[in-house]
Design a protein around this ligand. Structure first.
Ligand SMILES: [Zn+2]
Ligand SMILES: [Zn+2]
Ligand SMILES: [Zn+2]
Length: 334
C-alpha cells in the first residue's frame, strides 16, 4: 500500500481498489444534501403509480434547502448516476433505488448496455422473431413485429414481452440466448421467492394479489392498463418497495408448483439441468410453447379467481389461483 501524498484525497488513494468508476460514484455520494435528495425521491416513489417524478421546487422544499443554485448543483451531481430527469421533474434510476434499498435493507455499478439483438425464441403472442436489449440493469425481451405484452410506460416500450432485472456482472461473456436464459432464471427465482413470501431485495415480507383491469380492451395492448392481459399477478414488498408483476399464463408464476413439475416430469418433458448445445444452462420448460401450451382465464371477478391451463399432447393440467395468488385447486384431465 503506497503512502498517500498531501494533495491526494482518501478516495484517490483507494482508486485501485474497485476501479475509478466506483470511487467516482462514492465521491458523488459524499454530501448530506445528495443523500437527502435520494431519500426524498425514494420516499415519494410509489410502485404502480404512473408518474413518480418530483418537481425541482417540491424536492428542494422537502430537503429543506433555501439556496436554489446550491441545491441545483448537488442535484446535478446525482443525475446520470442515481437520478433521472424527466419532463415532470426528477425520479430515482434503478441504481438509485438499489442504493437506497441497500441502505435500508442492509447490497452494486458498471454501465453496460446492449443494442437490440435477435434471439432464437419466437414471440409467444404472434410467433414472430424476437430480440433482447439491455439497459438500466434490465434485460428486456421484445417482439420485432407485434405490440408485445406491454405498451409504452415506465421501463417498458411498445413490443415488450418481458423485462427482468439482471445485474451488470451477468452480462459479459454470455450469448444473447444465454442472457435471456439468465434473466429468465433470475425472474423465476424471484417469483418463486415472492410466491413463498420472501422479498429477494431485502428478505422482507411480500404482498401478492391478482390485479384486474376494470376497463380492459378485448384485443391488443389495452389503452387503460397498457397491458395485453387483463389480469396480472402483482408482488410488492412493504419494506423496500421492491415490486414486480407477471402474466398468469407465464410459466414463471406457477412452474414450481409440484403439480406442474409432476405433470411435465411424468410426461417426459425435460425440466432442467440437461446439457445440450444451447448454452451453459437451460431454463425450465424450454420445450413448453408459451403460445400454444399455456393459457389462463378469469373465472370469477369478486374476488378474482384465475384458472391457468397447461397442455401436453391430449392431457391438461388446471390450477386455480385466488386473489392472493395462492393455488387453491388442482385438476388433471387425461
Ligand atoms: Zn409478437
Ligand atoms: Zn423488500
Ligand atoms: Zn386493461
Amino acid at each position: 500500500m503506497s503512502k498517500a501524498n498531501a494533495t491526494e484525497t482518501p478516495l484517490d488513494a483507494v482508486a485501485g481498489a474497485a476501479g475509478p468508476r466506483a470511487t467516482e460514484v462514492f465521491s458523488v455520494l459524499g454530501h448530506d444534501t445528495r443523500l437527502a435528495i435520494l431519500l426524498a425521491l425514494w420516499e415519494a416513489y410509489e410502485p404502480f403509480t404512473a408518474d413518480n417524478a418530483v418537481s425541482f421546487a417540491e424536492l428542494r422544499k422537502h430537503v429543506g434547502m433555501r439556496d436554489g443554485s446550491q441545491f441545483n448543483y448537488h442535484l446535478k451531481q446525482l443525475v446520470d448516476y442515481f437520478v433521472r430527469q424527466t419532463d415532470d421533474g426528477y425520479e430515482l434510476r434503478r441504481a438509485g433505488h438499489r442504493l437506497v434499498q441497500t441502505v435500508i435493507a442492509g447490497t452494486g455499478l458498471e454501465d453496460v448496455a446492449l443494442a437490440p439483438t435477435e434471439v432464437e425464441r419466437a414471440c409467444p403472442v404472434c410467433g414472430a422473431p424476437t430480440a433482447i436489449t439491455y439497459r438500466d440493469e434490465m434485460l428486456v425481451h421484445v417482439c420485432t413485429e407485434c405490440e408485445g405484452r406491454f405498451g409504452d410506460r415506465e421501463q417498458f416500450r411498445g413490443g415488450t414481452l418481458s423485462a427482468a432485472g439482471l445485474d451488470p456482472a451477468g452480462v459479459p461473456d454470455r450469448s444473447p440466448e444465454e442472457l435471456l436464459n439468465a434473466a429468465s432464471i433470475r425472474g423465476t427465482w424471484n417469483t418463486q421467492s415472492r410466491i413463498e413470501g420472501v422479498c429477494t431485495g431485502c428478505s422482507g415480507p411480500i404482498d401478492s394479489w391478482l390485479h384486474v383491469c376494470d376497463d380492459h380492451a378485448a384485443e391488443g395492448v389495452c389503452p387503460t392498463c397498457e397491458r395485453r392481459y387483463a389480469v396480472m399477478a402483482r408482488f410488492r414488498c412493504p419494506v423496500c418497495k421492491a415490486s414486480g408483476e407477471i402474466v398468469p399464463s407465464c410459466s414463471w408464476l406457477v412452474m414450481h408448483h409440484p403439480a406442474v413439475v409432476a405433470f411435465y416430469y411424468d410426461r417426459g418433458v425435460p425440466l432442467q439441468y440437461e446439457d445440450d448445445d444451447s448454452g451453459s444452462f437451460q431454463p425450465r420448460y424450454r420445450d413448453v410453447d408459451p403460445k400454444e401450451d399455456i393459457d389462463y382465464e378469469l373465472i370469477a371477478e369478486d374476488p378474482p379467481r384465475v384458472r391457468v391451463t397447461f397442455r401436453h399432447e391430449d392431457a391438461e393440467l388446471q390450477l386455480t389461483l385466488d386473489e392472493d395468488v395462492n393455488v387453491i385447486d388442482v385438476g388433471v384431465k387425461d
